[in-house]
Design a protein around this ligand. Sequence first.
Ligand SMILES: Nc1ncnc2c1ncn2[C@@H]1O[C@H](COP(=O)(O)OP(=O)(O)OP(=O)(O)O)[C@@H](O)[C@H]1O
Ligand SMILES: [Mg+2]
Length: 270
Amino acid sequence: MSKMNNSNRIPRAKGIDMAAFYTPKECRRKAQHIVFSAENERIVEEFITILGMKEKFREHDVSIPNKMVMFGPPGTGKTLTASYLAQRLELPLVLVRLDALIHSHLGETGSNVRKLFEYARLNPCVLFLDEFDAIGRTRESNDEVKEMARVVNTLLQCLDEFEGDSILVAATNLETQLDHAIWRRFDTKMTYSMPDEDSRRLYISKLVGSFEQENRLEDYICEHLAGCSYADVEQIVLKAKRKAIIGSTPLQRQLIADAYNEYRPRVLQG
Ligand SMILES: Nc1ncnc2c1ncn2[C@@H]1O[C@H](COP(=O)(O)OP(=O)(O)OP(=O)(O)O)[C@@H](O)[C@H]1O
Ligand SMILES: [Mg+2]
């Protein structure tokens, strides 16, 4: 058991940790098959390069970026990118599900948010606020609207004061719902989308790896899974691999087709 003193223990709310903690090594394993769009790859690499040149930026009195926000549909790699960054920066990942934090006790959200930022100030990490659109989203009651306005103000302050060796990453499905004042405080923005054909092909080849397969199977998978998210592609290929193992056969078209029908991904039309 590792001993932690108060300042490096994940802050708790109502006796439960407010965040999950992952070591850089755990993050490496998760993010090993990540596929970026060309644009996002460029943005991420530049971000990492800059963080590796802090001294030089200080010399020129140019501030370094430390707040990234990611937008895009489910299953396209937002959460995965947080793991990837943690691994590349050799920092632990501290994953906070903001919706859960808010809904379990709205009245304390402001102080909980402060505690998390304080933790990140004292402990270098990638502080990842997932389901970030939960900020600002309210139910009808007036009290809640007021309370949420206070939370937004706290968050704005925390964002303004955020400095040190940690970086902040936030992810949301809903770009348009983000408060404009919050939005402009992020120095790095990335948009995620469903994989195009090349990305899908690359991801499939990573997933199939050295698994024994029928001739030209990857072409078939790529075509058959058009419109699927990365997360869907992963689940379907995994299912098909299980079927292949059970049946002691190579991976084949029929298994992919069966896995697809069983999994029934919600494919966007057009
Ligand atoms: N770009 C990607 N490259 C490789 N794998 C991916 C990618 N996107 C998603 N996956 C796979 O799908 C799983 C879910 O992805 P992830 O959690 O990053 O999605 P998300 O964009 O955060 O979705 P949500 O909006 O639902 O939170 C990942 O664990 C990974 O296995
Ligand atoms: Mg996610």
